[in-house]
Design a protein around this ligand. Structure first.
Ligand SMILES: O=C(O)C(=O)[C@@H](O)CO
Ligand SMILES: [Mg+2]
Length: 253
């Protein structure tokens, strides 16, 4: 098994380049992040080159989070902002050699939101394809993000079918999926051909994967047994320092 450190949550107190270095020192095989845009891409690229780690993915901007937004690309009427968010993510990802972009839908419901999201995803796929970048969509749980457009893997599959582009995939976050639907082992097996990235955290507290209602030693065996080789994303919120939460990783180094 290989693991990616999600630097949106791990080593959050460090600058992004230093967080990349910390992930390398801890033994992670790759990194991923949420919103890298305050850090010049050249600095991130230099840290990736120095450590030899790949940035697996980043997100489109969430919009006005303090004002309740969490993504723009399914919001009817926000065409210009959504395209700008996608253009920004593609330019940044291309510069640092990132493999994927999570296009964040936002909080919206209904037919117009669905039309908006599908059309923005087609746009994102087309912009990303020349750079070899995958577009990811991620259902989020309704406890953490009430009102988010997409909350189940069934809905994500429907969107992927409607978009109908070769470079759109599902971000299967075990944390969200356990909260929304459970049955993780079967779901991962069934959805595997559509999965572009897997993430994990304990449930329900979104901590390290060594406690809570999901047995990740088992889930990692399932993933490995299915022949999934890409690094799986540790996207959890450390209590205290990140290093203190990494005992689980030592079993795989
Ligand atoms: O919240 C998550 O889970 C993510 O993976 C993020 O990309 C969205 O904030
Ligand atoms: Mg996630």
């Amino acid at each position: 098994m290989q693991f990616s450190a999600n630097l949106g949550f791990l080593w959050k107190e460090l600058s992004l380049p230093d967080a990349i270095r910390a992930a390398k020192a801890a033994g992670f095989h790759a990194v991923e992040c949420h919103f890298p845009y305050d850090t010049p891409a050249a600095e991130v690229k230099a840290a990736l080159e120095e450590t030899g780690l790949k940035m697996l993915g980043l997100n489109t901007i969430p919009g006005d989070v303090a004002g309740g937004e969490f993504g723009l690309c399914a919001l009817p009427g926000r065409e210009v902002d959504a395209r700008a968010a996608i253009d920004q993510a593609v330019a940044y990802a291309a510069e640092i050699g990132a493999g994927a972009i999570h296009v964040m839908a936002g909080k919206a419901k209904g037919v117009e939101a669905q039309k908006m999201f599908v059309s923005k995803l087609r746009y994102a796929c087309k912009q990303a394809a020349p750079h070899g970048i995958t577009i990811l969509i991620e259902p989020l749980n309704t406890y953490d993000v009430p009102g988010y457009f997409m909350t189940t893997s069934d809905h994500a599959e429907q969107i992927i079918e409607l978009v109908d582009e070769p470079n759109i995939k599902l971000m299967f976050d075990c944390y969200h999926m356990q909260l929304m639907q459970g049955d993780l082992s079967h779901a991962i097996e069934r959805l595997l051909p559509k999965i572009g990235h897997i993430q994990f955290a304990s449930v329900p507290d979104r901590g390290a994967p060594d406690h809570g209602e999901v047995n990740y030693a088992h889930i990692f065996k399932v993933i490995e047994g299915l022949g999934y080789k890409a690094p799986v994303g540790a996207e959890y919120k450390p209590t205290g320092s990140t290093e203190e939460t990494l005992d689980w990783l030592k079993d795989y180094l």
